[in-house]
Design a protein. Structure first.
Length: 278
């Protein structure tokens, strides 16, 4: 399978790991040959104010759209035995797999590449947001946080990374793919992608409604993570409640910090215990 034949994807979320739109761009020989975009009626008709502010999608935009299981027949062929590229696969692939599981749909075989992790290995930038990399590489980005536009930009970034490295190798599993089975190799071997919390840093901000700050910090420490008190480039996860304020803004400016709402944090914690929240 050629490295420049791949599918670039992006999900936008309504709440937690629940998708409200998907963008897919197919590249053959490094050229765009097809595109797909759809709004998605979420499993729960609930929107995080933070997510709506970021992606511009509101409840009224999706309440009459098809659910994911109804559009899967339109897009399944993009995933069967294909190379899947996303910017931060730990989010997009988790969204895909959780949604397939919810609808009892079989997971296809596919290989995963993460432009975020590869860019961090190859490029020397202040941050690795999709928009930052696109600007650095002079890739036009018309509508940031539109799933189709982000998928296209992600694919163009991957094209550049292929050209820059002669040692990008695909490792295609023979069984249904999972993050733990995926190996990324770019000039050197990366470890398997996982949500292992050991030595990962967390900070909680805003008004939390699903748990107390003390309880959340105890959960982090139980799973080997560390709680820190300030937003910096050393922070891995910022968990936000209502009225998150300046810490959220600073984390977005840094660009390398993964921002979670409370439900996403719980999903991450329960994945460590083998019982992810649906």
């Amino acid at each position: 399978m050629k490295t420049n034949n791949f599918i670039a994807i992006d999900f936008e979320m309504s709440y937690g790991h629940i998708p409200c739109s998907i963008g897919i761009v197919e590249f053959i020989e490094g050229k765009v040959v097809s595109k797909y975009y759809s709004l998605i009626k979420p499993i729960e008709l609930k929107f995080s104010p933070i997510n709506s502010r970021i992606n511009g999608i509101k409840l009224e935009d999706v309440e009459n759209e098809r659910e994911f299981n109804e559009i899967w027949s339109d897009i399944k062929h993009y995933f069967d035995n294909r190379n899947i590229v996303a910017h931060n696969t730990s989010t997009d692939i988790s969204v895909l797999e959780k949604t397939l599981k919810y609808y009892n749909l079989p997971s296809p075989n596919y290989n995963i590449f993460c432009t975020l992790k590869i860019s961090q290995s190859i490029l020397n930038l202040g941050d690795y947001k999709l928009s930052t990399i696109a600007k650095h590489l002079n890739i036009e980005q018309k509508n940031y946080h539109n799933a189709l536009d982000d998928a296209f930009v992600c694919g163009e970034i991957f094209n550049y990374l292929i050209d820059e490295s002669e040692n990008i190798n695909f490792n295609i599993p023979t069984k249904n793919n999972s993050l733990k089975k995926t190996v990324i190799k770019v000039t050197r071997d990366f470890t398997k992608i996982s949500n292992n919390l050991e030595n990962k840093t967390f900070l909680f901000t805003g008004k939390l409604s699903l748990f107390t700050r003390e309880t959340a910090e105890e959960m982090v420490e139980k799973h080997g993570g560390k709680n820190i008190s300030a937003v910096s480039k050393n922070l891995n996860y910022l968990v936000v409640g209502e009225k998150a304020g300046s810490k959220l803004k600073k984390a977005q400016e840094i660009g390398t910090i993964e921002i979670l709402d409370e439900q996403q944090f719980l999903d991450l914690i329960y994945e460590q215990e083998g019982d992810a929240v649906e």
